[in-house]
Design a protein around this ligand. Sequence first.
Ligand code: NCD
Length: 406
Amino acid sequence: MQKLGQNRIELDLSSYERRLARPLAMKLPEFQRNERLIHILFASQFSRNLLEHLWTVATKIRAIAKTKDGALFLQDLLPHKRAMLYFTQASTRTFLSFTAACQILGMKCSEIRDPSVSSEYKGESPLDSMRMFSSYSDIIIMRSVIPNFAEACAYLMNDLGAFHQRSVPVVNAGSGADEHPTQALLDIHTIMKAMSFEGTNEYGRRVPTLLNLRSRYPMLKRGLNGKVYGFCGDIGRGRTVRSLAQMLALYQDVTMYFISPNDPKLRVPPDVVSRLEDSGVRALTASSLDECIDQLDVLYMTRIQHEHDSRPEELRSQTTTTGCTLTTDLLSKMKEYAAVLHPFPRNEEIPSDIDGDPRALYFDQAVNGMWARAALLAYLFDVDSIVSAHYEKVFNEFHDYNRGAI
Ligand code: NCD
């Protein structure tokens, strides 16, 4: 392992090179068993059915958790399971929401966030560390700056399993600049809720219904099909954008705008565009929000990821974010029902005076992350059907004592 300065570490993954280099379609079957995912590594592992299933489970867990009895029922689902949170790259929301999700289901958590206080400081390879974690825990949830590291760990676990040794699921909670599938999962859930036009949000705040909106937008439909999505900021290195765009490509008649400052590092990579186009997405580019903001149903803002540069300070002063900042003036041009998302942390691309606008959903998004991750853990440990059965029992039981009597 070699340290290359802030946020840039290289790890020798040569023993996995051949497997890492294969086309995605060849890899995917290795991360599932009997149609059920065992490792969560890429956004492309999720089907529309699975996204919708996890949305249903998340909604049910959220409803059950509202009472003390419900919370105790949930905590009794996985008290015999332990999670290892190995987060060697900075994190607030992903780390805390995964911890909270484990706690909701009664799991115990251990963590390593700073490798300088683990045996990695003494030269232990992170792959050896991973094997140790699998000895003490039932799942490894990991975030790393090292590209492909989570995938290599999944191969390590599969190899251990093949030799009848302890092997546990691996969940990618952000790897390099490539993928962040669980962020995309919670983003999809947030968009599903926003595009359901139900009249209220999670907290009872009033939002327009489809019926109200139809007078101004006659073609508007519920759901994620036929929508225009805008991704703005550091598209080149934003792993959340890559994963979310991939999941949205599962829907029909989708248009995506990629809006980034005029810097080759920040622009949407050509391989991303061609993959999206192969899935039927209309992928368009723009260099300022003004060019397309009035057409967007969903705007996904991101910050410039300076930490991926070897000389961040210098680049910071050179990068011009003009045209990629959401001002109140630009917001006023957006559709009445549009949703503004951001994975956070934010820098200056969304000023805080926008936070009170009903279209600003980034704080709801952070809350949704906890429930989406609880649903994912319930699915991985195969207790999602127990959640559903409990929900049906508690919320769908009629108490009409007249039924049958008269
Ligand atoms: C993102 C990440 O880490 O990729 N944040 C997150 O997980 N909520 C986005 C970012 O760091 O800009």
